[in-house]
Design a protein around this ligand. Structure first.
Ligand code: HEC
Length: 303
């Protein structure tokens, strides 16, 4: 046992030294760059122009002006009509990437559309980046899901918030799962459920029910705005990921007695490492989870 320890310490030492040397070199290089930048400023004003603006100017200005007004018979992109029809990132993305390539000179890549869409939304004063996740432990997972257009947020006083620490509702969790997994959306009207008619996630709820991923309650309610519980999520991911809920393990949680309705799905979700119990031996099946924790679970399911 002594040898590996010695070796690893040596390795640590060598890597630390090379890191220090490397950093010193990078630092010198950066200084050099900075001083040459001072003497000879870059000719372009590229820093001020976002990639989206650049791409918009290259691809869209044959028919829409720089400030978003229309040219000739082509419509304006800054308008109440735009805000109403395409005022959310996913809607604007769907329209622009689907309808405008026929017009745009070259074919654009997905990231290029993302940038253009963000730019067109910004012309309309619509924020597209969450302003409350920088430095949050789940920032990576949230951003990854946002790039897949699987999550949305709340627009409050002109900023877009993710509200990472707020409990996630049943409707939100189901909608984000359906979007992340890109399931085919149902056309059903959802009339079987008493209380989803007004939910903006109605289509996603109906889709998830049709796929057999989630169930409503026996009284024909879905309770879309209720925070979802850990046990409910375990049941949902066990179905959506087709986990083996029959397998038996010695796993047991103090607060999940045998015969608990979610006993086997909790075990399945924990075995699949989608979920953890707590160090005190509990699972806390009825506890809600935050939107950030949900993002972490979803990002594990759909990496
Ligand atoms: C060759 C001309 C042409 C080019 C190039 C073009 N568009 Fe359009 N755009 C149109 C026309 C025509 C319409 C209306 C047709 C429609 O609604 O389907 C339109 C509609 C739109 C709308 C919907 C506006 C509304 O209120 O209905 C958006 C948003 C849009 N374009 C964005 C873009 C973006 C972004 C680009 C660059 C990637 C682009 N367009 C390139 C001609 C063009």
């Amino acid at each position: 046992m002594r040898f590996p320890a010695l070796r690893s310490r040596k390795w640590l030492l060598t890597s630390t030294i090379s890191f220090v040397v490397f950093s010193a070199i990078t630092c010198l290089y950066a200084q050099e760059q900075a001083s040459s930048a001072q003497t000879a400023p870059a000719p372009s004003t590229a820093a001020a122009v976002s990639p989206g603006e650049e791409l918009y100017k290259q691809n869209c200005m044959a028919c829409h002006a720089a400030d978003g007004t229309g040219i000739g018979r082509n419509p304006a992109l800054v308008s109440d009509r735009f805000k109403k029809r395409y005022g959310a990132y996913d809607k604007a993305f769907a329209f622009i990437s689907d309808k405008m390539p026929e017009n745009a000179p070259g074919s654009l890549r997905e990231e290029e559309y993302e940038a253009i869409v963000k730019y067109v939304l910004s012309l309309n004063g619509i924020p597209t980046d969450f302003s409350d996740i920088a430095g949050h432990w789940a920032e990576g997972a949230i951003t990854a899901l946002q790039r897949k257009q699987a999550v949305d947020g709340y627009t409050v006083n002109g900023s877009l918030l993710f509200k990472p620490d707020q409990p996630i509702t049943r409707a939100e969790f189901v909608a984000y799962l359906v979007k992340a997994k890109q399931l085919f959306l149902s056309n059903d009207s959802g009339s079987a459920w008493k209380d989803i008619g007004k939910s903006k996630y109605k289509t996603y709820i109906v889709t998830a029910v049709e796929y057999g991923i989630v169930d409503g309650y026996p009284d024909s309610t879905f309770r879309p705005d209720k925070p979802i519980s850990r046990a409910e999520i375990a049941a949902i991911v066990t179905r959506s990921e087709v986990l083996d809920a029959e397998g038996s393990t010695a796993l047991s949680f103090r607060d999940v007695p045998s015969g608990h309705w979610a006993g086997s799905v909790i075990q399945a979700a924990v075995r699949a490492e989608l979920f953890n119990g707590y160090e005190d031996g509990t699972f806390r099946p009825d506890q809600s989870i935050s939107r950030a924790e949900a993002a972490a679970v979803l990002n594990r399911i759909v990496p």
